[in-house]
Design a protein around this ligand. Structure first.
Ligand code: GLU
Length: 439
């Protein structure tokens, strides 16, 4: 996948600001809800709390460097804020606000009792040592102070943060709040520090369950099962690498995968062990023996049954959406398809299972982890996966049913993203009015 800087829309006119994109998606959904109170719409749209912290870190060579961190709590009508923390050089306020907004919709669709939040620190983990990353994490969490907590706002992993980062977050918070059960302050922790079985694979596994359900419900005419279906995965981080493995295990033929360096293609199906070995040895999947190395642009334009963008925002845009030859797109990443691309794909009859549904398995198992932590329990992996499947299938059904309901009234104008958003907005608006606006 290209870095954000290299992501160029074909047309200068396409606005790729993620917060503007989140707003466009919201406006499209709200158009289907003419009876919703205007003030309530404004309330649901705007982030409840926006925090910026700037702090110094001493690098391993002794130099002092300033870092900027963000945490946005978008909405807490349905429960405490929930959402990951990402470390990436291009993290900024608009990206974090968009990601927090998407978390609000995601939690409502998968139906876990959380609102939406997100955080990030602008930094390049590729040039930071483990000690430097630990110092950044500890300082960032201490700067956030009481803004996070087991019943107020609960972080989790996101791009370039992992279980170890979550262990540092837990430890920092626990040092600040001794003498109580602090495990539920953060999810995605290592297994021996209150992490949940199945959390690492949960985003990819949830995506698999959503795709299987959508196919069984007839989302792609003539393709009801994954058996033998060709799958292309963009991105080889936690979501992408696990998606490739799990879709292959479910009977699909994973023909191409990629990372920031480029992709590899093998029409008969990749040998994922060879790909993983190449990634471990060279830090990239490219040049895996027995495969053809291709560019990311080529990868996105491959003929396949299911295309899974699992890298980052704005990968399928106005400039390349017409080249997509997949029969179904399932967004394992957040925000990989722009609004212009949504329209192009919709007009070409290529359904897009939106991020707020397709990658909600991650936050779903985060919720399971939070429940286990509150109860001091540890569920086995079968139990986690069984419960995840139930939640993913129910959410997928609800989105597909909502699309059918909207299109009966409006004659075929709502795509799955709009249907998912309408569902989320209705659920949150209902709770908001049931609770009443305080005071
Ligand atoms: N960062 C993940 C997401 O975007 C997981 C969030 C969580 O588990 O709280 O959905």
């Amino acid at each position: 996948m290209p870095t954000k800087k290299e992501t160029r829309p074909a047309s200068d006119q396409e606005d790729l600001n993620p917060y503007h994109i989140a707003d466009q998606q919201f406006q499209r959904a709200v158009a289907f809800l003419p009876d919703l109170d205007r003030g309530l719409i404004d309330f649901l749209k705007r982030p409840a709390r926006t925090t910026i912290v700037e702090f110094p870190i001493q690098r391993d060579n002794g130099a002092i460097e300033m870092f900027v961190g963000y945490r946005v709590l978008h909405n807490y009508v349905r429960g405490p804020g929930k959402g990951g923390i990402r470390y990436h050089p291009k993290v900024d306020m608009d990206e974090v606000r968009a990601l927090a907004t998407w978390m609000t919709w995601k939690c409502a669709i998968i139906d876990v009792p959380f609102g939406g939040a997100k955080g990030g620190v602008a930094c390049d983990t590729k040039v930071l040592s483990e000690n430097e990353r630990r110092r950044i994490t500890r300082r960032f969490i201490s700067e956030l102070g009481e803004l996070i907590g087991p019943h107020t706002d609960i972080p989790a992993p996101d791009m370039y943060t992992d279980a170890l980062t979550m262990a540092w977050i837990y430890d920092t918070y626990a040092m600040m709040h001794p003498g109580r059960n602090n495990l539920p302050v953060v999810t995605g922790k290592p297994l021996d520090i209150g992490g949940s079985q199945g959390r690492r694979e949960a985003t990819a596994r949830g995506c698999l369950y959503a795709v299987q359900r959508a196919l069984a419900r007839g989302a792609v005419p003539g393709l009801v099962k994954l058996d033998g279906a060709s799958v292309v995965v963009q991105g080889y981080g936690n979501a992408g690498a696990n998606a490739a493995a799990l879709f292959a295990k479910a009977g699909a033929r994973v023909i191409a995968v990629s990372d920031s360096q480029g992709g590899v293609l093998r029409e008969e199906g990749l040998d994922l062990d060879a790909v993983n070995e190449q990634k471990a040895n060279t830090r990239s999947v490219i040049k895996t023996p027995g495969c053809r190395t291709i560019s990311n642009d080529e990868l996105l334009a491959l003929s396949c049954d299911v295309l899974i963008p699992a890298a980052m925002e704005n990968q399928i845009h106005r400039g390349n959406a017409a080249q997509v030859k997949a029969r179904l797109v399932a967004e394992a990443a957040n925000g990989p398809v722009t609004p212009s691309a949504d329209k192009i794909l919709f007009d070409r009859n290529i359904p897009v299972l939106p991020d707020i549904l397709a990658n909600s398995g991650g936050v779903c198992v985060s919720y399971f982890e939070w429940v286990q932590n509150l109860e001091n329990q540890q569920w086995d992996e079968d139990e986690v996966n069984r419960k995840l499947r139930v939640k993913m299938e129910r959410a997928t059904d609800a989105v597909i049913d909502k699309q059918a309901e909207l299109n009966k009234k409006r004659r075929g104008t709502a795509d799955l993203r709009t249907a998912a958003l309408v569902l989320a907005i209705q659920r949150i608006a209902h709770v908001a009015m049931e609770r009443g606006i305080w005071p």
